[in-house]
Ligand binder design. Structure first.
Ligand code: SF4
Length: 255
């Protein structure tokens, strides 16, 4: 796990534990599963035990460094797991420590991106729903097609987070967010990377771009699809000649 993530929209990546189970088409070519198989570090799937990592000190360091910085660093949690995975091997204490770590690092914005938003209410601290979700928590869900949009977004938008976002990557079909867009603060879209990448229709990205523009929702076009980063980078990040690099408005953390 690199300290500085190569992912366009984040500054750091933190995995409290590793291991996961595929849940939808977006998982078909999961890079984390491929990494797990290569490294032998963790068993994947419903029968594999999740493993707690040894990198829990990193966010504290990043938080210290970010004190007084002009921009708040974003931390993607988690790239090799799903924070709201309900696997039996994830100890309740790990989750409690993660919520405490988020509280202890107010200079960082935590991007909790999940494909299991139906579990947020079950696993997030009760105080998030009685006293409010910490302002440094951004809650997001992956949406690769309309079926997952209609299944996942209703769970996300019922959570009163300061930033609720969609990661529409790898996009696998057109997605209408018309019913939910007023409750979203950010939309990311992108094609699939890796040797088994699936082709995307540019109109799928255009559709999201236009829906976001119509409702003043920041839109970030992350990448075209391709077999490797060299090819993807050569294609550039323009959509119809424009680089879309929208982010939610920076808002002070003080309530
Ligand atoms: S939810 Fe994420 S980490 Fe888990 S299998 Fe799917 S793509 Fe991989």
């Amino acid at each position: 796990m690199a300290e500085n993530s190569g992912i366009e929209w984040t500054n750091h990546t933190f995995n409290p534990w590793t291991g996961c189970t595929a849940v939808s088409a977006a998982c078909d070519n999961c890079y984390a599963e491929a990494w797990a198989k290569r490294s032998g570090h963790v068993q994947w799937g419903p029968h594999g035990e999740r493993r707690r990592t040894k990198t829990w000190g990193n966010p504290v360091k990043w938080n210290r460094r970010a004190e007084g910085a002009p921009e708040r660093p974003r931390v993607f949690c988690a790239s090799l797991a799903d924070v709201f995975d309900n696997h039996r091997s994830i100890e309740a204490a790990w989750r409690r420590e993660l919520w405490a770590l988020i509280d202890q690092t107010p200079n960082l914005d935590w991007l909790l991106l999940t494909k299991r938003p139906q579990n947020i209410v079950k696993f997030a601290p009760e105080s998030w729903f009685t006293c409010g979700i910490p302002r440094n928590v951004w809650l997001g869900t992956t949406v690769e097609n309309q079926e997952e949009a209609d299944r996942r977004i209703p769970h996300l938008v019922q959570c009163p987070a300061r930033v609720r976002f969609l990661s529409c990557e790898p996009m696998q079909g057109p997605v209408s967010i018309r019913r939910y867009v007023r409750k979203l603060e950010w939309v990311i879209a992108g094609g699939e990377s890796g040797p088994r990448f699936r082709a995307a229709d540019p109109d799928w990205f255009r559709g999201l771009r236009d829906q976001c523009a119509a409702h003043d929702v920041p839109f970030l076009f992350k990448q075209w699809e391709g077999a490797n980063q060299k090819i993807i980078k050569a294609k550039g990040r323009e959509l119809d000649g424009v680089v879309h690099d929208g982010y939610p408005q920076p808002v002070g953390i003080a309530a």
